[in-house]
Ligand binder design. Structure first.
Ligand SMILES: NC(=O)c1ccc[n+]([C@@H]2O[C@H](COP(=O)([O-])OP(=O)(O)OC[C@H]3O[C@@H](n4cnc5c(N)ncnc54)[C@H](OP(=O)(O)O)[C@@H]3O)[C@@H](O)[C@H]2O)c1
Length: 260
C-alpha cells in the first residue's frame, strides 16, 4: 500500500526527495530506494523527524509497537493511518496523546491507481489537513469523507473488502462461461470487460443502479431470465448480509486491536 501511494505521488510529479520511508527489512529499503529514488531508514524515528505528514502503513498487528516507538518523534505532524481496524483513540494513546490524526481505509485497486478510500478526521483536524489527505490518497483514487469513525467499518465492508466480492462474481461468470463451452481465456476476457464496462457506464450515468439494470432487461428476454434466477436464490439479500457480516467483523477487530 505504501509503495502504491509513493508510486502514485511520484507519477503525479511529487519529487522523490520529499519522501522519507522507514522499513525494518533491508531488502525492502533497497527495493524502495532503487524503484523510487526515495530516502530510506531502518528506524521510523529517523524517517519522521522533519516530516509535515506521517503515513502509517504497517500491518494492524504491529501498529501499537510502531506507534509507541515513534512517540514524540512525530512532534505536531499530521498523522495518517491506513491500517484496517486501528481506531484513532488507540493510536492517539500509543503516540503519547497526539490529536492531529486521520484514519483512511483504502482498497487494493490502489495498486493500479484505481482505488477508492474512505476517510475520517479527528475533531482537531482542519480543512487544510483534509486537503493534504485528499492530495496524498488522490494519487491512488478518490477519497470519500465520513463524519463518524464508526462509519469506517461500513467503508471497510463496502469498498475495502469490496474487490473480493467483484472477484467472486468474476469467478462465477468465468466458470459459467466455461461450462457453456467458452475457453477459460475467452470467458475471463468477457467477464472482466463486462465488469469494467458496466462500472464505467454506471459512473458516467446519473441514474440509480436499478434503472441501469432495467435498461438491459427486456421483457421475456435473456437478462430477465437471469435476474429472475438471482432473485429466486436471494442473491441480493445474501450480498447485503455478507456486507453486514464484514462490518460486524471490522468492529470486532477494532475492539481486539485496540487492547493494550
Ligand atoms: N492490502 C489492502 O487491501 C489494504 C486495504 C486497506 C488498508 N490496508 C492496510 O494497509 C496497511 C498495509 O498493508 P499492506 O498490504 O501494504 O501490508 P504490507 O505489504 O505487509 O506492508 C507493510 C509494510 O510495513 C513494514 N513494516 C513492518 N514493521 C515496520 C516498522 N516497525 N516500521 C516501518 N515499517 C514496518 C513491513 O515490513 P516487513 O514486510 O519487513 O514486515 C511492510 O513492508 C495495513 O495496515 C492494512 O490493514 C490494506
Amino acid at each position: 500500500m505504501a509503495a502504491a501511494l509513493i508510486g502514485g505521488l511520484i507519477a503525479r510529479g511529487v519529487a522523490a526527495d520529499r519522501f522519507a520511508v522507514a522499513d525494518p527489512a533491508e531488502a525492502a529499503r533497497a527495493q524502495l530506494a532503487q524503484r523510487f529514488g526515495v530516502a530510506t531508514h531502518a528506524d521510523g524515528r529517523d524517517a519522521v523527524r522533519d516530516a509535515d505528514v506521517v503515513v502509517l502503513a504497517v500491518k494492524p498487528q504491529v501498529m501499537r509497537v510502531v506507534a509507541q516507538g515513534l512517540g514524540d518523534a512525530v512532534r505536531d505532524a499530521l498523522v495518517v493511518t491506513i491500517a484496517a481496524g486501528i481506531r484513532l483513540a488507540d493510536l492517539a494513546r500509543w503516540l503519547g496523546g497526539h490529536a492531529r490524526l486521520v484514519r483512511v481505509m483504502p482498497n487494493t485497486p490502489a495498486l493500479v491507481q484505481a482505488g477508492i478510500s474512505g476517510a475520517y478526521a479527528a475533531p482537531d483536524v482542519g480543512a487544510a489537513d483534509r486537503e493534504t489527505v485528499d492530495a496524498i490518497l488522490g494519487a491512488t483514487g478518490p477519497v470519500v469523507w465520513v463524519d463518524a469513525e464508526a462509519r469506517i467499518d461500513a467503508v471497510t465492508a463496502v469498498s475495502g473488502s469490496g474487490p473480493a466480492y467483484v472477484f467472486y462474481l468474476l469467478e462465477a461468470m468465468q466458470a459459467a462461461g466455461v461450462a457453456q463451452g467458452l475457453t477459460p481465456d475467452a470467458a475471463r476476457c468477457l467477464s472482466i470487460e463486462t465488469v469494467r464496462g458496466a462500472a464505467r457506464l454506471a459512473a458516467a450515468a446519473e441514474d440509480p443502479f436499478d434503472v441501469l439494470r432495467a435498461r438491459v432487461t427486456s421483457k421475456g428476454g435473456t437478462t430477465e431470465a437471469a435476474i429472475a434466477t438471482l432473485d429466486a436464490r436471494g442473491v441480493k439479500a445474501a450480498l447485503v448480509d455478507a456486507i453486514e457480516a464484514a462490518a460486524a467483523r471490522a468492529a470486532e477487530l477494532g475492539d481486539a486491536l485496540g487492547r493494550g
